[in-house]
Every structure is written in C-alpha cells, then in structure tokens.
Ligand binder design. Structure first.
Ligand code: C5P
Length: 282
C-alpha cells in the first residue's frame, strides 16, 4: 500500500542584491538594510510523518553537513516541537553567502507547518527569527527589503525578473568573523530610498549606486573572491557584479537569460573547481 503523501519544499538560494551595514547593537548583531531576491536554484526537502525526528542528507554538498547534529533543519523542527522524517537534498554550497542553511531551516518550518496543524505565518516568522537573521526572509522567499538585524521585512510584489550567474569558488566563509572584521560601512542613512521596479534595467541602474559592505572583510578570509568578481566582469553582456551576503558566492547580472547561460558555460569551462549556476532571481 502506498504510504502517506510526502510534503515537498524548495529552499531557494537567497541573494543580497545590496547589503549596507549600520551600527553594531548591544546584542552583538549589526543593523542592516539589504535588498534580497531568491534564485530558482536551491536545496530540496521532503517530509514524511514519523513519531521521531529524523534527517537524511544527500546531494552534491551532503558531505559538508554529514556530522552536524545541530543542523538548522533539525533545530527548526525542535523549535516547532514537531517530528518528521526529513530528506534534504543539498544542492547549494555550504557557508557561502546565499543562505543555504537558512533556506533549509525556512523550508523545514514551511514543510512541517503543512504536515502538522499549521501554526500560522506570524508564529512561523517568530520561530524563524529565533533561529537566525536570514531565516524570516527565507520563509517568505520572495523579493523584499530587509532591515533591522534581518527580521524587518518589506515585500516588493512588483519586482522584475533578473538574469544572473552565481559563482562560488568552493571556499567556506564564516559569517560572524566577516561581520567582526568590518571596518568601513555605508551606514543606513545613505541608502537611496526610492527605486524603480518597472523593469530590470532601472533596477540594475539603482543597484549600481549601492554595494555590499561585507565584500572587503570577506576578501580577507577568501582572497579568491577578487578573482571571481574579476572573471564575472569579463563576461560579455555583464551589467553588475557583486558578492552576496558574507561570501564567498558572487553574482553577475545580465540583460537576458541567453547571456547568463553563455557566461555560465564559459566560467564552468575555465574554472571546473568552481560552483557555477545560471539562475533567474525574483
Ligand atoms: O543570525 P546568524 O546566526 O545568521 O548570524 C551569524 C553571525 O553573523 C552572528 O553571530 C553575528 O556575528 C553576525 N551578524 C551580525 N549582524 C546581523 C546578522 C549577523 O553581526 N544583522
């Protein structure tokens, strides 16, 4: 007899299109403002009913997570007080600035909420905030402006589709240490407020007036980021190049899906050890 249907969730990679850092707060976190979009590449989670909490991990980056009992997926389930048999397919590189662990935890919260009596979005977002700064944004997984420590979210429903290439040079970067090494920051008062969401072109022009403040300190931990940014800048049709989150994943924006696909093929060919994906962001 077939078992009960498994619930599935997709944990989309989170891309910080810009990230401006403000003051350090008494609780040790930094105030920030960040425009965040989500990619059509990500990890996959499947949930089945079980009286115990179980997690199996497979996929290209499963090895990086193997021994962790405090995996964010398990912590999310424990926070909700729910059990399930969870299968995670780890397609995204770990500790890479695109929110892999956060996206997984957020997908676990969404999936478990579907399997058990749904605690409602407000409750899920409160659990998400207790688990990590990026996790509330990943629960919503839609274009948004993120403020505070990451928990104040403003959805941007008319956001255009962006064509991107994501590149990770296979170096893990520790987020806390990157924030701690931060020397110069844009601050929160200098982010241009209004931006035009009528298409990719005005959005890219707006993004050119912004930056990722974590790029400079991340370079200290992973100097190869400079090479990644340089290689992306050389690609035909490139419009904007930047690092996401605390690195080391960088992205390039292009005017068309074709230009992004061609650049991804070229980079995969020239740097076979790098993780390269063409993606749409929205
Ligand atoms: O919240 P999360 O566990 O993802 O943060 C990892 C680390 O990044 C924190 O311990 C903190 O050092 C740093 N961080 C920060 N300000 C933020 C988010 C994270 O200083 N807004």
């Amino acid at each position: 007899m077939p078992g009960p249907e498994r619930v599935r969730e997709f944990a989309r990679a989170k891309i910080n299109l810009f990230l401006h850092v403000g003051d350090k707060r008494p609780d040790g976190y930094h105030e920030l403002v960040s425009l965040v979009a989500f990619a059509d590449v990500g990890d996959e989670l499947a949930f089945g009913p079980s009286s115990e909490l179980r997690l199996s991990v497979e996929g290209p980056f499963a090895g990086s997570l193997a021994a962790e009992d405090d995996n964010l997926v398990l912590r999310a389930a424990r926070a909700l007080g729910m059990t399930a048999d969870i299968a995670l397919t780890k397609n995204l590189p770990v500790a890479s600035g695109i929110g892999g662990g956060s996206a997984d935890a957020a997908a676990a919260l969404r999936g478990l909420a579907r399997l058990h009596p749904d605690p409602g979005e407000a409750q899920l977002l409160a659990f998400a905030e207790s688990l990590g700064s990026d996790i509330p944004a990943c629960v919503l997984s839609k274009p948004l402006m993120m403020r505070g420590r990451g928990e104040q979210l403003e959805l941007l429903p008319r956001f255009p589709i962006l064509h991107a290439v994501l590149v990770n040079p296979s170096v893990a970067v520790p987020t806390g240490k990157v924030f701690a090494a931060l020397q110069s920051r844009t601050g929160l008062g200098h982010t241009p407020h209004a931006f035009d969401l009528s298409g990719g072109e005005p959005l890219i022009r707006y993004l050119a007036t912004t930056r990722n403040d974590l790029e400079a300190p991340a370079l200290g931990f992973a100097p190869v980021i400079r090479e990644v940014l340089g290689e992306l800048r050389r690609m035909p049709g490139i419009r904007l190049v930047r690092m996401s989150g605390s690195g080391a994943t960088c992205f390039g924006l292009f005017d068309s899906a074709d230009a992004a696909a061609i650049a991804a093929i070229a980079l995969e060919h020239s740097h076979p050890a790098w993780w390269v994906r063409a993606a749409t962001l929205g």
